[in-house]
Design a protein around this ligand. Structure first.
Ligand SMILES: *[C@@H]1O[C@H](CO)[C@@H](O)[C@H](O)[C@H]1NC(C)=O
Ligand SMILES: *[C@@H]1O[C@H](CO)[C@@H](O)[C@H](O)[C@H]1NC(C)=O
Length: 281
């Protein structure tokens, strides 16, 4: 009798432990795997997927002739052999021939095609639409998605916006897509409190928030993503805080930390230093 009772108690404890085991965050490759590849290139995004990223983050800009490309800065100078503002350069005849660390500058269509592949259907991506873009870039994004009318991108693509104006335009021209508020300022985030599906914020502001904003966000079923978390101790902190996604330049590090905490990830022994390419800068 005692044995059966003890077993029942044990079973309860086990099922309770399982039910209350923490949900682990997604590990997201910020601009792909940018320390080993030129940032925001297809190679960089693919490399992040190869090491086990759950998601990706990349930035969009629009050229003078209306092509949406993957580029962080307003100008071409830092990452390519070109010069000048992206908005003042044509894709056709100029940007199409530029090199970024030996790679070409990807068009958004290439990223769509990467994520449409059968083996990448469970990978999601945040497109960072910086607010120093012309707002019409959102209409251009919609046109690019419309090139593939038979594919539903809304399960994989999150539209990242920095202000309310961009949010409203996104809802109008990209209905059905989840939106993510990007920023550092909690008071700006509050404006979109009940509107966006997720908040993608600089991690120090999340961890140091005293206003209870993130408890409110979570209790309303919205997600919290943090960037750019590169140190292991901050990754531990993010897991403890209960964020939904960690954006990192070292997505492999995120996967290892998560694995060590008991989540799905990358064990040290699975890591092949020879297979990760060279440092790129
Ligand atoms: C950048 O490099 C590529 C490859 O060498 C070359 O074809 C292209 O003309 C260069 N562009 C500029 C603006 O220097
Ligand atoms: C860009 O292309 C347009 C045509 O779409 C052309 O009129 C313009 O001169 C080009 N600008 C540059 C800087 O090459």
């Amino acid at each position: 009798m005692i044995t059966i009772k003890a077993l029942l108690v044990l079973a309860c404890i086990i099922s309770f432990a399982q039910a209350s085991s923490p949900a682990f965050p997604s590990c997201v490759g910020h601009r792909g795997l940018p320390k080993q590849n030129p940032e925001n290139t297809i190679r960089s995004l693919q490399h992040a997927i190869l090491v086990g990223a759950d998601g990706l983050e990349s930035d969009v800009r629009i050229t003078h002739d209306g092509e949406v490309i993957m580029m962080h800065d307003t100008t071409l100078d830092r990452t390519t052999n070109g010069t000048g503002l992206v908005t003042e350069r044509n894709w056709s005849g100029y940007v199409e021939y530029l090199k970024t660390g030996g790679e070409s500058v990807p068009k958004l269509t290439e990223v769509l095609e990467l994520l449409m592949r059968e083996e990448n259907r469970d990978i999601w991506i945040i497109l960072d639409v910086k607010d120093d873009n012309p707002i019409e870039i959102l209409d251009a994004l919609a046109s690019v998605f419309n090139l593939y009318p038979n594919y539903d991108f809304t399960a994989q693509f999150h539209i990242g916006i920095w202000n309310e104006e961009f949010f409203m335009r996104t809802r109008k021209v990209l209905p059905g897509f989840p939106t993510s508020f990007i920023g550092s300022d909690i008071s700006l985030a509050r404006v979109l409190f009940d509107k966006v599906e997720s908040f993608n914020m600089e991690f120090i502001f999340v961890f140091s928030d005293q206003t209870g904003f993130f408890d409110e966000v979570k209790s309303h079923g919205r997600s919290v993503f943090v960037w750019t978390v590169n140190k292991e101790k901050d990754m531990h902190e993010a897991i403890k805080f209960g964020v939904d996604a960690i954006l990192s330049d070292y997505v492999d590090r995120c996967l290892r930390v998560r694995r060590r905490k008991g989540g799905k990830g990358l064990a040290l022994e699975e890591w092949d230093e020879n297979n990760v390419g060279v440092e790129w800068d």
